[in-house]
Write a protein that binds this ligand. Sequence first.
Ligand code: ASC
Length: 126
Amino acid sequence: PDAIRARIETYRELGASFKAVNDGLRTDEVQTVLIGQAARHIRNVAQAQYGLFPSGSGPAPGLKTKARAEIWRQPARFKAAQDAFAGAATGFQQAVASGDADAMRQAARKLGETCKGCHDSFRTRA
Ligand code: ASC
């Protein structure tokens, strides 16, 4: 339950940063400092997420989690999905560092695809 709470909170904060990024990239005058802060937070979450799925924090009677049992049944596949997210988070930071707004937009799109890629296989739809 503590692990589930921590996970929900971490991904909630991740969503807030990703929303800040996408809102920021929709404007003409892209605020690189603000987006860079969000990018750093996203990168930190990408590192932290490896520790967010301890055994025993999966679906079980009485536990409310969207994490699917596949996470623990297919650890190599799950790690590959986490690695894709971590790689895209690094790529996004590099795009922000380049200062090129279109590169940031493209990298943010790739990053979002890695969120979705993991959800499609490892998170309940309901
Ligand atoms: C979000 C969010 C996701 C991703 C995904 C991108 O804001 O909560 O899971 O973006 O929808 O495709």
